[in-house]
Each structure stands twice: as structure tokens, then as C-alpha cells.
Design a protein around this ligand. Structure first.
Ligand SMILES: C[S@@+](CC[C@H](N)C(=O)[O-])C[C@H]1O[C@@H](n2cnc3c(N)ncnc32)[C@H](O)[C@@H]1O
Length: 292
């Protein structure tokens, strides 16, 4: 990242990445959104392509439900929307965040950021914070809801009323800075919100053993995710192996069992430790590793 930055908010600033694209940095957490290859390219590689979004949307019937966890500056959700806007069908987006500030910041800097493009006016309406919007983009009918508040608390209170997702774009800050978004109880709750008859995948940018163990113990199947730029691996979780190209195998399990950094966080406090006896036992008995 260069030192070229623009700031018109006390919390967010524009930064220029090494490849020349612009992104946003949150000064409070110290984290840059999509820091490696930039907002649109990362959203495309990590979420749109990996979720096979257009193919699955085209093949479905009824509402396709997309959870956008960590709306942030909207790069993931707008890139997903753009990938679907020539396909007839109904899309229901639920965007979760504790604040609309980065999205408003992105709308103010739409020219520099580039990825808002023709969806800039729509983004401005969503960023105004009215909660639920229904509109059409060509043949695509969209309902886009924003659910504001602390995501773990919101899930605890609203899970029964939330439509089960077909796809989840999971994009919180890093586990070290944002441990509340990466605990085992939270992923267990997300898993409980899925419909076992509705295939659902959840990619995310981390490839850490702690995250993968957390997802497995929460009940997901877990695989190696696509590379995004310099990150040679990410992670994809799903409630069916059919949505995972490269499931974690027994060699990965052996490494996890030996790792010094594998135990999930049970509470929102960053910690690094080897697997407990109970977690080892549960992991060994996970259907993904039990010979079929
Ligand atoms: C890396 S940014 C998301 C970037 C975004 N997906 C995009 O495409 O621009 C992470 C987001 O997670 C949100 N977040 C962090 N902790 C949260 C929490 N406990 N509840 C809800 N949102 C949270 C932050 O406010 C921030 O906007």
C-alpha cells in the first residue's frame, strides 16, 4: 500500500493498493478492506466465482437468499448483484453490519473506488438506511434488506425469522481484531440457520487452522478455497460436500491434530492453543473424515 490516501471521515480513508486500485481503510481497526487485489477483483474471485453464483441462481427456482455478512463498503454485494443482473429470477439479499458508515463513505467516493459503477444511485438509496428495498435490474427482481447491529446478538434474537441462505459471503475483520465474529458458538448458530434441504456455501478469506476447525465443529463440511491474488488459499464451508471442490482431507486433519494453533474460540477473545481432547475427538468423528 502506498501512502496516497484521502480522508473525509474520522474513521475511514481511501487508500491505493500496490496494484493501483483504490480501497478503504478503517482507521479504528487498522484494517484495509480487500487489501490484496482490490475490492471488485477479490469479491469476484472469492465470492462470485467460488459460490458459482450465476450458475446456481440460474438453476434455482423461487427466491435465492444471499447473506452478506459484513456489508462494509458494499464491494462484495454490488459485485454479486452485477453478476446476476441479466438473469431472470428473484434475489433476496440480507446485508448485515453494525454500521452503514463505510457504505456511505464508498458512495461519496464512488468515482475513485470504481466498483459502484452504474449501481451508485442504488447504493446511495441502500446507504440511506431505510432497511428494506424492492426493485428490478432488468429481468432480476431484488429484495435487499439491511440488518444493522451486532451480528452475533442479532442472530441470537432473529435467527428463527431469517430466511435460510443459499449462499453466505462472510467478510468480517480478522479474527485477531474482530474475535466476536469468529467464535464457535456464532458459527454453530449460523449452521443452525441453514435449511438442510437447501444447499448453502460460505466462503471466507482466511485459511487458518483455527477457522477451519471452528467451521467443522460447527457442523459444516470444509474445503480449500480458491486463491485470491497473493493468497494462495482461502476457505469454503458448506452444508453439503457437493458445493466443495477440494474437501480438507486426512492429511489436513493430521496436521491440525499436531498444530499449536487450532482450538476454536468459545468466547470472543483471541487466543491460540492446540486442540483440546474434546475438540480432537469431535474432529476425528466428523463425517468428512470418517471413511465412507
Ligand atoms: C472487512 S469489512 C467488510 C467489507 C465488505 N464486505 C465490502 O465488500 O466492502 C468488515 C465489516 O464487518 C463489520 N463488523 C465487524 N464486526 C461486526 C459485528 N460484531 N456485527 C456486525 N458487523 C460487524 C464491520 O463494521 C465492517 O464493515
Amino acid at each position: 500500500m502506498t501512502e496516497d490516501h484521502v480522508q473525509d471521515s474520522t474513521r475511514y480513508e481511501l487508500v491505493t493498493l500496490a496494484n493501483g486500485t483504490r480501497s478503504i481503510r478503517d482507521l479504528e481497526s487498522g484494517e484495509t478492506f480487500h487489501p490484496v487485489i482490490g475490492p471488485a477483483a477479490e469479491a469476484e474471485a472469492l465470492y462470485v466465482r467460488q459460490l458459482r453464483l450465476p450458475q446456481r441462481f440460474r438453476a434455482g427456482s423461487g427466491d435465492f437468499v444471499l447473506w452478506d455478512v459484513g456489508l462494509g463498503a458494499g464491494a462484495n454485494v454490488l459485485t454479486a448483484l452485477r453478476s446476476l443482473n441479466r438473469i431472470p429470477g428473484r434475489l433476496h439479499i440480507l446485508s448485515f453490519d453494525q454500521t452503514l458508515e463505510p457504505f456511505r463513505f464508498a458512495v461519496r467516493h464512488a468515482d475513485e473506488l470504481g466498483y459502484l459503477g452504474e449501481l451508485r444511485d442504488l447504493a446511495a438509496i441502500i446507504a440511506s438506511g431505510k432497511g428494506c428495498h424492492a426493485f428490478s435490474l432488468g429481468p432480476l427482481s431484488v429484495t435487499w434488506e439491511t440488518r444493522l447491529g451486532d451480528f452475533p446478538t442479532l442472530l441470537q434474537r432473529q435467527l428463527p425469522s431469517l430466511p435460510a441462505p443459499h449462499a453466505v459471503m462472510y467478510d468480517a475483520y480478522s479474527p485477531m481484531r474482530n474475535p466476536d465474529m469468529w467464535t464457535l458458538p456464532l458459527f454453530e448458530r449460523i449452521h443452525a440457520g441453514l435449511d438442510p434441504r437447501r444447499p448453502c456455501a460460505l466462503p471466507t478469506y482466511s485459511r487458518s487452522t483455527i477457522l477451519r476447525v471452528t467451521l467443522l465443529l460447527a457442523g459444516f463440511f470444509v474445503g480449500v478455497g480458491h486463491a485470491t491474488g497473493e493468497k494462495e488459499e482461502t476457505t469454503i464451508a458448506a452444508n453439503t460436500l457437493d458445493l466443495i471442490d477440494e474437501p480438507l482431507d486426512r492429511r489436513w486433519l493430521d496436521r491440525a491434530l499436531r498444530s499449536h494453533s487450532a482450538e476454536p474460540m468459545f468466547k470472543p477473545k483471541w487466543q491460540v492453543s492446540p486442540l483440546s481432547l474434546q475438540s480432537r475427538d469431535r474432529l476425528r468423528r466428523h463425517p468428512q473424515f470418517v471413511a465412507g
